[in-house]
Design a binder for this molecule. Structure first.
Ligand SMILES: Nc1ncnc2c1ncn2[C@@H]1O[C@H](COP(=O)(O)OP(=O)(O)O)[C@@H](O)[C@H]1O
Ligand SMILES: [Mg+2]
Length: 304
């Protein structure tokens, strides 16, 4: 089939991995920078997507890899692919929902998936009472659309917390406050979900003196098989957010596993290199299955 990968460039590890997996399955792959697309919306069925002037309408599927700085534009582009009838591995509505940490927590709580206790603060005089509800200091504060650990703060007293919250509220930054899961000890667990199974998983341990276990902040990754309960939770969370591919981050707390975050465009480098699993290939097979199921395509049986 003919597949478009929306990506900032073919030099990126994840993109490269998907290109190789796609070609190994005999697909034609086109890498497209979503910031350079123009599109035409027409109610007569003549809607179009133009990549440097060339129409992209004849592609069968699109694999969106959307960076956090282009979420809104990414969602518009995906919606346009949906409009012209191209199958998207990531739905525009699912992207938008997963990128907002508050919406994500609400959605998970709604389907009874355990999450760290989370608060939206609308009135700064509520801070002391909310800190009590969250189990006391230290408290986590997160920007709703942060990534790579950049918007995650740990605060251990009322003076600091109040001044930071005042500043962020004044700047119009949307934030959440969250209980700090101290017993996780700087570790989190990434379940990589494709379709309805966890295809790879790893433990990420924060660097010394750091509570954030993001690989971008120097955390180390080791392969680790998750418990049945954690795997089921990760798949259920992925479905609850209407995602087909997701990086689900779990904290192990004293009251059991909690889902901390769900990434709709999870990186492949850390997890493929630490586990040795060809995740891009699994993604490609899943995409094929979807097209077989929904659009009656047929593909050769995989050899690997
Ligand atoms: N409630 C929490 N308790 C303990 N550690 C946390 C908590 N929330 C986040 N962290 C740590 O901070 C890191 C970044 O938080 P996360 O919500 O994943 O934001 P980002 O989207 O920036 O990665 C996590 O990987 C985890 O190590
Ligand atoms: Mg994270």
């Amino acid at each position: 089939m003919r597949i478009v990968i929306l990506s900032r460039g073919s030099h990126l590890y994840s993109t490269q991995s998907l290109i190789e997996a796609g070609r190994a399955r005999g697909h034609e792959i086109k890498i497209v920078d979503l910031t350079r697309l123009s599109f035409v919306i027409d109610d007569n069925g003549n809607s179009q997507i133009l990549n440097e002037g060339v129409p992209l309408d004849s592609y069968d599927a699109v694999i969106p890899r959307i960076g956090s700085s282009v979420t809104q534009l990414g969602a518009s582009v995906i919606r346009q692919f949906e409009l012209v009838g191209t199958y998207s591995l990531l739905k525009s509505s699912a992207l938008l929902q997963s990128r907002d940490k508050l919406r994500c927590s609400q959605k998970l709580a709604q389907v009874k998936i355990p999450v760290p206790k989370t608060v939206w603060l609308g009135y700064d005089q509520d801070i002391p009472a909310i800190v009590n509800q969250l189990g006391g200091y230290p408290i986590i504060v997160k920007l709703l659309e942060g990534t790579h650990g950049n918007g995650v703060l740990l605060l251990d007293n009322l003076t600091a917390l109040r001044s930071i919250m005042n500043l962020l509220m004044k700047k119009g930054e949307r934030t959440i406050m969250q209980e700090f899961i101290e017993e996780s000890d700087g570790a989190d667990f990434r379940a990589f979900v494709v379709g309805d199974k966890v295809v790879a998983s790893m433990k990420r341990q924060a660097a010394k003196g750091e509570f954030r276990s993001n690989l971008h902040r120097g955390a180390t990754a080791t392969p680790l098989t998750l418990t049945e309960e954690e795997q089921e939770m990760a798949v259920k969370a992925t479905k609850a957010l209407s995602l087909e591919v997701a990086g689900v981050d779990i904290l192990r707390s004293n009251r059991g596993p909690l889902i901390m975050e769900i990434n709709a465009s999870p990186g492949l480098e850390g997890i493929e290199t630490s586990t040795g699993i060809d995740i891009a290939f699994q993604i490609m097979l899943h995409l094929e299955q979807q097209l077989v199921k929904l659009k009656n395509y047929s593909f050769p049986t995989p050899q690997k």
